[in-house]
Design a protein around this ligand. Sequence first.
Ligand code: NAP
Length: 195
Amino acid sequence: MRIIVIGATGTIGRAVVDALSPRHDVVAASRSSNPSVDIADAASIRALFASVGHVDAVVCAAGAARFAPLAELTDDDFAFSIANKLMGQVNVIRQALAHVNDGGSITVTSGVLGQQPAPGSGAISLVNAALEGFARAAALEAPRGIRVNVVSPPWIAETLAKLGRPSDGALTAAACAKSYVQSVEGSETGVVYRP
Ligand SMILES: NC(=O)c1ccc[n+]([C@@H]2O[C@H](COP(=O)([O-])OP(=O)(O)OC[C@H]3O[C@@H](n4cnc5c(N)ncnc54)[C@H](OP(=O)(O)O)[C@@H]3O)[C@@H](O)[C@H]2O)c1
């Protein structure tokens, strides 16, 4: 399969690329790659698909949202989070539907805070839960047998380690990547994987 992975240099995205590339032709994309893409800019997503052409799968493991106590989350924090992690990935799905081959797949990324909020996660919980709702609905209308799924990662061991927090027993990025592989190589649609 020919697969675009957006966020390919990140903690999760790199593990997804490592898991898929032995069997597939992977196009790695991010803001700093060639081809480059900024999911917060719909024109940039359009340009990516125009340059890469048709693919069998699109994976997005990118998207930022702001973490802060509710009383401190500003209008700008909400607008940023919605424009980036939510609408960025919604627009990846919308545009990918025209560029993924028959029977292909689109996989985007939410996160555990969508289902299990924590103090400070208001904006992140909002966009994660909304993305899951949108993806389930998009799966119902996806044409030509195209499948649409979401992976909702828990806190990843490498990320916790980077933050200086205990990471013993946490899921590694490589283990999390298995859910993306399942979404790409399997047959399910409208599913939220919770590795
Ligand atoms: N790691 C965790 O513990 C965890 C847990 C739950 C959910 N998640 C979610 O999983 C996703 C990936 O997390 P991560 O920890 O792997 O992130 P990360 O290590 O910060 O990597 C982010 C990746 O996305 C790219 N990127 C960032 N902004 C982008 C944009 N606007 N357009 C295109 N590419 C962009 C980055 O490359 P460039 O800088 O070159 O663009 C990089 O390749 C995020 O949505 C995150 O919220 C992560």
